[in-house]
Design a binder for this molecule. Sequence first.
Ligand code: CMC
Length: 441
Amino acid sequence: MTSTSAYKATLSFSNDGSSIEFPVYEGTTGPDVIDIRTLYGSTGKFTFDPGFMSTAACESEITYIDGDKGELLYRGYPIEQIAVHCDYLDTCYLLLHGELPTSEEKADFDYRVTHHTMIHEQMNRFFAGFRRDAHPMAILVACVGAMSAFYHDSLDITNPEHRHISAIRLIAKMPTMVAMAYKYSVGQPSMYPKNSLSYSANLMHMMFGTPCEAYEPNDVLVRALDRILILHADHEQNASTSTVRLAGSSGANPFACIAAGIATLWGPAHGGANEACLLMLDQIQREGGIEKIGEFIAKVKDKNSGVKLMGFGHRVYKNYDPRAKLMQETCKEVLGELGLGDDPIFKLAMELERIALEDNYFVSRKLYPNVDFYSGVVQKAMGIPTSMFTCIFALARTVGWIAQWNEMIGETDQKIGRPRQLYTGATRRDIVRQPAAETKR
Ligand code: CMC
């Protein structure tokens, strides 16, 4: 903990008139935090905050979100500038090391990542063990976890060099595994990585190339994919990142921790939202398209329907998610490049957004489009199947997870994460059993 206390907060209890003081820390930006770590020791009471509505679970220097302004910073740099001036591997370096790389550092980093992209040949057999119709996220969770069975030489988490090698391996091998999960699902042979290609071009080559003919990735699509990866690279203490930190706090190896993060990301309230959003748009389109938006919005507003406007709303953003704006821009570029400017799903998404942003239900709750609203439309246009969207998100977020895990392991006062609870179950009681002879057969 590097913060110092600037002022104090006093908590007083109405039942016995006692009070206790806590230090309050100021970050470089964002809300101050009250350090309540001594609360239980001094009062025998816990705080109660399911869903972490008011709890900062860690100190971090990596990513900052100002939800009211709609601002996202990676190591202080606005996402809008990173999206324009950096590629994904610059972004990875920045998140891992805190600074953008010099040209020598970048060349070295690119080389290291590029030369770790192959996976152990025996890992192929893992893929072959799955049903062909397995969800690619199920395959990814398993295969990333299985990496700990293959890379024993980098599992000493107390050794910074081991941690760095694991980071490089994860960043480098995720595209290979994501592409293999895809190829397996369509029954095509997996493609080996190609070192002459950039990170994102190589991903496209492994997903869309076949051994039968040369594949030339389209530059506009490569740039779009790279931007998708940049926009998803980190997002401070979201559910999957917090899971990675919690798993890592026990001393678990990085591959196991990232597998836990992938599992958490899969849910439709988190990374699964891009898949759910496109399925939602497809369904509205099938049921009548733009004409039916009114009916759909009415369902969303009916609390008994259980229907949500996927790709809208965010725990932190109470303004436009800056990633959604960039994604919308990319969406237009990709559709233009592919001659799909009249794509009905994109038009439907734009109209749905316009109507929702004028509707008091969404306005009063400050619900704006998030990154997932347009990412599915872009990915679909690029030929990426819906079931792969969350895998692409997981690939992109791997660097964020690893940077956050590394930051936590490097802390001097790092402790295992161990939340407490408000217990409302039965109090102590004794088991009373009927004697055997009296029980009915
Ligand atoms: N559609 C309809 N109503 C919504 C939506 C939505 N997408 N999002 C929130 N609300 C309502 C919610 O019902 C609640 O209403 P009320 O005050 O009447 O009870 C109010 O808005 C506040 O929402 P909340 O659920 O308490 O907010 P939260 O911070 O717990 O949830 C969220 C955030 C992202 C889980 C939620 O907005 C949601 O489920 N959105 C749709 C799924 C989605 O797009 N997720 C991607 C998030 S961004 C990518 C990522 O980080 O993974």
